[in-house]
Design a protein around this ligand. Structure first.
Ligand code: NAD
Length: 473
């Protein structure tokens, strides 16, 4: 017997389950279809488990260096089994939390693989969804008035480079390593590559990063990317940029070997294991898109500002639409899609006002345009920069490397971009986010009295530095 819903959501990741909660709050009858675990990539194979491992790496590194704080530790040892156990406990706790939220919202969860079958007389607008149930029972039929596709993304590889899950891993397998390798090659120096390189180096692994572009973190502001490279090198990470990796790997007695073309010169790199982090591909296959008019462009579902696809009762959100592949983007797109379904006329999302964060050590956070992008877009820019070195609390923390850089429009004082590298910047970027949403100027940030001593003083000082009015530098 087919079941009728106001909204059916295909995929229970951060985008899908948040959309389900908002739909339930708005009084809509909601179904969510998930073949794996509620919480999706972010909770089970991404943000949360990787940040748990990064935190263990940070604690390990700090403990081995505790001497400088007057704390003498001897024989600091890493128990990687316990590291993994702690990570899993956190994931499990949050997973139970999401399951509880579905119950609280009276959201029907279908555990299985959903496919859109196309319009039917029962569901002429959004189309019927057939769910192949994980428990092997007969397929469930769902008749929704609206559908939200939130199927996420999966790790990409390079053509010809096979991820075997053992020697050559994506982040999915790396998260579940039972033991640490002595050495690792990281192919791709983007967000995932740099978080893993930082974590593994802090755990004591020998790390080499092979990046295709001339700079690691090519989408970050140049000054930040350079500072990141400098600080991460201090941990012993080796960076090879401009590396055109030959996809063919060779398994050797000691691990894995790969060749790369460096400006016409072929070089060989070898390590115990390899992590491939060259981006993530939207999941658009096997979900019935061929039964719809939905357009796929460059591998991602094409949507309008309202997040509607070409079929106006089918929305798509999160990694599957490409763009900023971030959990907080997916969840806000989910909310926006549901508010649109409920005829609440949500404001289209302003992607320029969304911060992105990298949880390496040091952390990196940014919002808005880089200096280069601002100049390319024709803005006459003014820049304020302030180092953590001049902030008392950063010295107290023993983490005084990095800076905050604020880019403004010389003509009208608008904030164009804020870029940070240093301690706890992923928590501090939200001040810049709020400033941008409220259309504040750098002067107004500078006039805001930041408590002393705090790390946040660096933001106030960088804002004052736009007019050369910083106090401590
Ligand atoms: P990415 O796009 O951030 O980085 C991929 C890197 O691989 C780029 O620097 C690219 O130049 C490089 N590359 C591509 N082909 C290559 C080749 N043949 N040889 C060497 N290098 C090559 O992708 P990612 O790091 O895999 O992350 C995927 C997505 O997940 C991103 O959108 C990212 O923002 C998101 N993510 C976010 C977080 C976070 O918010 N902290 C964490 C993890 C992932």
């Amino acid at each position: 017997m087919a079941k009728e819903y106001d909204v059916a959501i295909l995929g229970g990741g951060t985008g899908g389950y948040v959309a389900a909660i908002r739909a339930s709050q708005l009084g809509l009858k909601v179904a969510i279809i998930e073949k794996g675990d509620l919480g999706g990539t972010c909770l089970h194979r991404g943000c949360i488990p990787s940040k748990a491992l990064l935190r263990s790496a940070e604690v390990f590194k700090q403990t081995t260096e505790a001497d400088q704080f007057g704390v003498e530790t001897e024989n600091t040892k890493l128990n990687f089994f316990k590291v993994q156990e702690r990570k899993q406990k956190i994931v499990d706790q949050l997973h139970r939390g999401v399951q509880g939220l579905m119950k609280k919202g009276k959201i029907d969860v279908f555990e299985g693989h959903g496919r859109i079958l196309g319009p039917s007389i029962f569901s002429p607008t959004a189309g019927t969804i057939s769910v192949e149930m994980n428990n092997g029972e007969e397929n469930e039929m769902i008749l929704p008035k609206n559908v939200i596709v939130a199927t996420g993304s999966k790790p990409r590889s390079l053509p010809g480079l096979e991820i075997d899950g053992e020697l050559v891993m994506s982040s999915d397998e790396a998260l579940n390593m039972e033991s640490l390798p002595k050495s690792i090659l990281v192919v791709g120096g983007g967000v995932i590559g740099i978080e893993w390189a930082s974590m593994l180096a802090d755990f004591g692994v020998e790390v080499t990063v092979l990046e295709y572009m001339d700079q690691i973190l090519p989408t970050e502001d140049d000054d930040v990317a350079k500072e990141a490279e400098k600080l991460l090198k201090k941990k012993g990470i080796q960076f090879v940029t401009g590396a055109k990796v030959d996809a063919e790997t060779l398994n050797t007695e000691n691990g894995v070997l790969i060749k790369a073309d460096l400006n016409g010169e072929e070089k060989t790199f070898e390590a115990e294991r390899m992590l491939v982090s060259v981006g993530r591909a939207p999941i658009v296959d096997n979900i019935g898109l061929e039964n719809t008019d939905i357009q796929v462009e460059n591998g991602a579902i094409k949507v309008k500002k309202t997040l509607q696809t070409k079929e106006s009762h089918i929305y798509a959100i999160g990694d599957v639409i490409g763009g900023m592949q971030l959990a907080h983007v997916a969840s806000h797109e989910g909310i926006s899609a549901v508010e649109h379904i409920a005829n609440n006329n949500p404001e289209p999302i302003n992607y320029n006002h969304i911060a992105s964060c990298i949880y390496s050590n040091p952390e990196i956070a940014s919002i808005g345009l880089t200096e280069k992008q601002a100049s390319e877009q024709g803005f006459d820019v003014k820049v304020g920069k302030f180092p953590f070195q001049a902030v008392g609390k950063a010295l107290v923390h023993g983490e005084s490397e990095g800076f905050v850089k604020i880019i403004t429009n010389k003509d009208n004082e608008d904030l164009l971009g804020v870029h940070m590298i240093g301690p706890h910047v992923t928590d501090m970027i939200s001040e810049a986010g709020l400033a941008m949403v409220l259309d504040a100027t750098a002067w107004e940030i500078g006039e805001t009295i930041h408590p002393h001593p705090t790390l946040s003083e660096v933001v106030g000082e960088a804002a004052l530095a736009v007019e050369g009015k910083q106090i401590h530098g």
